[in-house]
Design a protein around this ligand. Sequence first.
Ligand code: FES
Length: 197
Amino acid sequence: MNDDVDSPDRKRRHFLTVATAVTGLVGAGAAAVPFLASLQPSARAKALGAPVEVAIGSLEPGELVRVLWRGRLIFVLRRSDTMLSHLADNLVNLRDPNSEVLEQQPAYAANEHRSVKPEFLVIEGSCTHLGCAPLEDFELRPSENWGGGFFCPCHGSRFDLAGRVFKGVPAPTNLRVPPYRFVNDDLILIGQDTGAA
Ligand code: FES
């Protein structure tokens, strides 16, 4: 277990990142804690740790949705065929192309796509440097060896479309894959798995 990933500092950064996002949703000046206290029990349970369902049936290829699970921002991206075809382009430039840092994903996501199904990427939207939320940058730019991915605006870390970190950036590890499973072809449950794909 990587001691840093669940350290108090990391959790605090997660909270600050999510609190900022939630505050933005409910209006400037509103605090996250009163917002959580006002939720109905089921919603509050979800905010505190219950699994979260994500409907994926209507997601278009290339479309990304953001959800909260345990106060963490989670990205669900439906990768297009083009996106998938570029996953192997930059392996030499990636720090951990084969997902060898075990803490960063469940065993069922330690594969070339870092996912249960190649089409759907499920990752935490929290930079592994200091916890900022990476931005999507899906534009293909072959001249820059960029096949699309995520860019962290805080200190410039870059990740590919499987959340794998590039060499030479501050983030030390790939974006983390949370536990999840497919309830059916149209529904993902984040926060719960069966221990196997
Ligand atoms: S927090 Fe992302 S690069 Fe520093």
